[in-house]
Structures are given as structure tokens and as C-alpha cells.
Design a protein around this ligand. Structure first.
Ligand code: SF4
Length: 410
């Protein structure tokens, strides 16, 4: 006869560490309660003091969420502070010119976010009497706001029970589920969203969501996660299996392309410089820049371009090409100096761009009268002449701003 009867101690046993991923039904009650408690306790002691966490004002939560998309927290902080100091309410944002919004955004990149932010502010004023909508569905209808951002605003600002899935939580969920497959498919996304909903507590979802993101951002990092310091390590199957380097599976690598570009700083005899505005639909729509274009595939031109920094290099053909291109794009005839005055290397999405800057002098008065009527492209961008001091007030691309600083010293 067996005498092995469960005693009191066995009934009160602590939740066990799952040796493998949670089942797709996710119904592991003790695990879930333990996870929520550990996460919130950890967050209460370790949350970073960030300017947008001092408030539940939906305007500030919204601005911070948009700025944080694809941008590091440390980069966002000064931009956020300057933005809400200059434009403290949605009405202020809706009332200003897009140029001012872009100038405040300058250097943050992904400028579409700023244009959509401005458009959304106008919608809120026109359709919601200036009150930020509290309903997640209404928030998601605003320009530039997707499922994640709507849920983040609804939960943080209005306490809605809304699940989130963004870069940090996607990685965290994948590890908590020991999800070994890729994460891009719609099936994987559906699984992660479902898990995010499963995790949500009944109340204080805004703080809970921020805690999840904080854990992903500061502990469960992409490379070398700090599992030793992780409050949920005992509940993490990826940690138990030692698979932190394999989960999540790395996305397919994008092939990087090298691109050579030229920026021509065209000066007038009066000391003004020519700038062009990017049109709607272009990557930097609404921003201004010097005359800028990619080099065509041509061995001779590429060789001259690559050598254009050296004082004694042969750069035959390059100044003529650059002058023709300026005329084709702006209508102005110019003489280009053969040596590049600066070189900037910078990545844009999958392109590794080398940008060289050249100086050109206008070969006539900057009054537009000498614009060619035959060589001008029908789609050329709006151009204007400005004093060097005015460059400070125009929203420029990041490289345009670097060149503007050089122009001040010419
Ligand atoms: Fe991430 Fe490691 Fe924590 Fe698991 S134990 S959630 S892998 S930091």
C-alpha cells in the first residue's frame, strides 16, 4: 500500500520554470501571475525617469511614442523636450506651419513621422474639437498611428486594456515563448499579438505595457541579454534552454548598396546660396537642401569623383558634368570648382552613401532671368536664393545641415 500522500508543502509548491515554450493556449495561470508580479515589482524599482513618463497627457504620450519609433531614447529626450516646450498643446501644433514642425524634427530622421504628426494634429482640432480621442479605434484612424501606437496611447494616457507589440516587446515575447521560427510572417505576428493580450492584467495596463517595453529595452536586449539581472529569468524557457543567441531568429540581411552623391553649393555674387525644397512624395519632402544628385554609372566620372579630394588629381569632365546637372535641375548656369570641399559618409535605409560637396559660382545675376527654357526638367524642385544666415531657419536634411555649417565658414 502506498503511503505517498501529498502533504501541505506539496500543495503550496511554487510555480515551476517551464522547460519548453508555453503552449499556444497560454493558459498557465501560476506562470502568468508570477510573471506579472515580478515584472511590476522590478519596474517599480528600476523604471528610468524619462520626461514623457512624468505625465499621462495624451499629447505628450503621443509625441514621445512617434519620436521613439526607430529612434533611441537618448536621442529622443532633447527633441521631445524642445518640441513640447515650443508646441505645448495639440492646438499649438495644428496652428504652425509644417516648416516649423520639420525644423523642430530636423536630425531625428524619418520625416514622414513629423508630417503625419502635423496632419493628425489638424485632424484632432477639426474633428475632435482639439481633444485627443480616448478610444483606441478613433486614435488608430489618425494619420501616422498604427495598431501599436494606438494601443500605447490608449493604455498609457487613458488606462485602456490594450496590448502592445513593438520591437522590444516582440523580442521579449519571442523569448518568453521560446519561439524559434521567424517573426515576420502573419502567423508569427498573430501569435505574438495573442500572447501580448494574454499577458495583460485587468488594471493599470499602461504601466504594465511600459514595464514590458522597459524590460525589453534595458534587460532583454537583442545581443547578450542580461539574463542574470532579469526579474523573470526563472520563468523564461529561452534562458532555461540557453537559446538567447538563437531566439529571436535573425531577420534576413538586407543587401547594402554603395551610392555616390554630389551636393553643389551654388553661390551668387551677392553671397547668397541656392537651396531646393524636396517635393511631396520624395524621401525628405518639405525639407530644403543644396542642389544634390547621385552620380550616374560611369567609370570616368566615378574615378574623377573618387579623386576629387586630392589637389593634383585629374578630375577632367567632373566639373562640366556637375555644372550641366545643376543647370538641368535648376535652370541656372554655373561654374563648378573641381575640388570637393567636404565628404560625408552616411547610411540611409539600405544605402551606404558617400556625399561630396562642391562649390559653384553663378555665372550671371541670381534673378532667375537666365534660367534655361530648354534644359530645365519639368519636375524640378522649388528653388530659392537665401542669405547664409537664413539657412539656420530652414529645415534641412541632416547632411544639408552639416554642409550649411561649412558654408558659414566659406
Ligand atoms: Fe530575456 Fe534572458 Fe529575461 Fe529570458 S531571461 S526574458 S532571454 S533577459
Amino acid at each position: 500500500m502506498s503511503t505517498n500522500r501529498p502533504g501541505k508543502a506539496a500543495k503550496k509548491a511554487a510555480p515551476k520554470v517551464p522547460a519548453a515554450a508555453l503552449p499556444d493556449g497560454f493558459a498557465v495561470g501560476p506562470w502568468l501571475r508570477n510573471f506579472r508580479r515580478r515584472l511590476m515589482t522590478w519596474y517599480g524599482k528600476n523604471a528610468r525617469q524619462l520626461p514623457w513618463r512624468q505625465t499621462r497627457d495624451p499629447y505628450r504620450v503621443w509625441i514621445s511614442e512617434i519620436m521613439l519609433q526607430q529612434t533611441q531614447v537618448a536621442t529622443v529626450i532633447p527633441y521631445f523636450q524642445r518640441f513640447v516646450e515650443t508646441l505645448p498643446t495639440v492646438e499649438h501644433l495644428a496652428a504652425v506651419d509644417e516648416q516649423q514642425v520639420l525644423r523642430l524634427w530636423e536630425g531625428l530622421g524619418y520625416y514622414r513621422r513629423a508630417r503625419q504628426l502635423h496632419a493628425a494634429a489638424k485632424t484632432i482640432v477639426a474633428e475632435h474639437a482639439g481633444q485627443f480621442p480616448s478610444d483606441q479605434t478613433a486614435i488608430a484612424k489618425l494619420p501616422g498611428i498604427g495598431r501599436y501606437t494606438a494601443a500605447a496611447i490608449a493604455s498609457i494616457a487613458f488606462g485602456a486594456r490594450a496590448a502592445i507589440l513593438e520591437a522590444n516587446t516582440r523580442r521579449l515575447y519571442a523569448r518568453l515563448l521560446a519561439h524559434r521560427g521567424e517573426l515576420e510572417s502573419s502567423a508569427a505576428q498573430a501569435r505574438l499579438w495573442s500572447f501580448a493580450e494574454h499577458l495583460l492584467p485587468k488594471q493599470d495596463c499602461g504601466t504594465f505595457n511600459q514595464a514590458l517595453m522597459e524590460l525589453g529595452a534595458t534587460i532583454c536586449q537583442p545581443r547578450s541579454p542580461q539574463c542574470e539581472a532579469c526579474p523573470v529569468a526563472e520563468l523564461c524557457p529561452t534562458f532555461a534552454l540557453g537559446l538567447q543567441d538563437e531566439i529571436p531568429r535573425a531577420a534576413r540581411k538586407v543587401k547594402v548598396e554603395d551610392v555616390r552623391e554630389a551636393a553643389v553649393i551654388v553661390r551668387s555674387p551677392a553671397g547668397q546660396v541656392l537651396v531646393l525644397r524636396y517635393e511631396p512624395g520624395q524621401r525628405w519632402a518639405g525639407l530644403w537642401d543644396f542642389v544634390r544628385f547621385p552620380l550616374p554609372e560611369s567609370r570616368a566620372l566615378e574615378a574623377a569623383y573618387d579623386a576629387s579630394h586630392a589637389a593634383d588629381a585629374a578630375v577632367d569632365g567632373l566639373p562640366t558634368f556637375l555644372a550641366n546637372e545643376v543647370q538641368r535641375r535648376t535652370g541656372y548656369r554655373v561654374a563648378v570648382e573641381p575640388r570637393a570641399i567636404a565628404q560625408i559618409k552616411h547610411p540611409v535605409t539600405r544605402y551606404r552613401i558617400t556625399l561630396k560637396a562642391f562649390v559653384a559660382e553663378l555665372t550671371g545675376p541670381p534673378d532667375g532671368k537666365q534660367k534655361s527654357t530648354t534644359a530645365v526638367e519639368a519636375t524640378q524642385n522649388e528653388s530659392t536664393w537665401v542669405d547664409v544666415a537664413q539657412l539656420h531657419h530652414l529645415p534641412l536634411s541632416a547632411t544639408g545641415r552639416k554642409l550649411a555649417k561649412l558654408v558659414e565658414k566659406l
